[in-house]
Design a protein around this ligand. Structure first.
Ligand SMILES: O=P(O)(O)OC[C@H]1O[C@](O)(CO)[C@@H](O)[C@@H]1O
Length: 355
């Protein structure tokens, strides 16, 4: 049965627990291929939400695998360097025609696909590993995002352990932090729902929006902006905090909404980002935060693990909830999906009309 965005958001803790539980079996093939090829470069090729998930995983994978990791959309494949490159074609639905073409184009490169659906075109044509999220039929993806980040993390973690790049103690510590973030998720989803209902009148007024996060959380802001854009159908742009100060900030006016994804209060950027929030609030009332701040009803306080790499499981939630709930309130539910479906038949985005 087709689920709603809310169903998939709510399903996330269960899905992530099961991905964590199945990690040994599910990552085996990747680890074996990695050992066989001893890669000196990893390319993650993906579109849309899969691309945002891949971008989030880059620093984690680089640290664990000890190699450069690069993300590219399938239609912007980079020149390949290195003596033994490895590519992972990431596609949640497994039917994106651009990713299928990239697989054909990079036939000579040692690679695997990473897909979220058993039955899909990519699984028919290429060796693959599962994201373990199950089908997600709502257009804008939510559980596929967090499941893809988690799976990429686990591929890197299990491989690093198998190669002796990290000790058993370090491995258990990473897993413990990831488990904590998943444990926090149900409560965090409830916090976002409360925040949304308390701010409904102002959230409804958003006509344009900046989503801002610092350094490693920037890819979370990119996914947050995509959720707002494809559901509320308003322009939404994501910026890395310091980059935002170098130009985009000039576009602030009383109608420009801001969603600031804040790190833990101990983070070096915390106070500076708060000064920016106050500055923006002096110009527009439509300024919201997610993270560790409190004190204003516009601040969506969340339980954070305190480690940067769990931010995609925490800071993404307010934008996911906005995307799930606000279109119905605005009377534009399904408008985005209708445009998308018409475009898919005209431009053949997915293989044989798949998802
Ligand atoms: O990860 P996939 O299945 O290749 O899809 C890429 C993107 O394409 C869409 O399905 C829209 O075409 C997005 O929802 C998705 O993030």
């Amino acid at each position: 049965m087709a689920g709603t965005m809310t169903d998939y958001i709510t399903e996330q803790p269960r899905v992530l627990r099961s991905i964590l539980g199945d990690r040994k079996e599910n990552t085996l093939r990747f680890t074996e291929e990695w050992k066989r090829g001893s890669p000196d470069r990893l390319y993650l090729v993906a579109s849309g939400t899969s691309n945002n998930a891949a971008a989030m995983a880059v620093p984690f994978m680089e640290e664990l695998l000890g190699t450069e990791v690069r993300v590219a959309p399938p239609t912007l494949l980079p020149r390949v360097y290195g003596n033994s490159p490895f590519a992972l074609f990431v596609s949640q639905g497994g039917n994106s025609n651009n990713t299928i073409s990239a697989i054909e184009q990079w036939k000579g490169i040692h690679s695997l696909a990473l897909t979220g659906q058993k039955e899909c075109r990519i699984n028919e044509i290429h060796p693959h590993v599962s994201i373990g999220c199950g089908p997600e039929t709502a257009g804008p993806k939510t559980k596929g995002y967090t499941a893809t980040v988690m799976t990429l993390y686990l591929l890197a973690l299990e491989t690093a352990l198998a190669l002796g790049r990290i000790s058993g103690e370090e491995y258990r510590s990473y897993i413990g932090v990831l488990e904590t973030a998943v444990e926090n998720m149900e409560g965090n989803i409830r916090r976002c729902e409360t925040w949304l209902s308390e701010n409904l009148e102002s959230l409804k007024k958003i006509e344009k929006c900046f989503v801002v996060a610092r350094t490693t959380a920037f890819p979370v802001a990119q996914e947050g902006a995509l959720k707002i854009l494809e559901t509320m159908l308003v322009p939404a742009a994501a910026y890395e905090f310091e980059e935002y100060l170098h130009g985009p900030i000039c576009a602030l006016d009383d109608r420009m909404a801001g969603i600031y994804l804040l790190p833990e209060s101990g983070d070096g950027a915390f106070n500076r980002m708060n000064r920016l929030v106050e500055f923006h609030r002096g110009i527009s009332p439509l300024v919201f935060t997610a993270g560790s701040l409190g004190g204003d009803k516009r601040d969506c306080g969340l339980a954070l693990s305190g480690r940067w790499y769990t931010e995609p499981f925490e800071l993404i939630l307010p934008c996911q909830i906005m995307g799930a709930k606000l279109p119905a309130v605005l009377g534009i539910e399904d408008n985005g999906s209708k445009v998308y479906k018409a475009l898919d038949s005209a431009l053949n985005i997915k293989f044989a009309g798949g998802i």
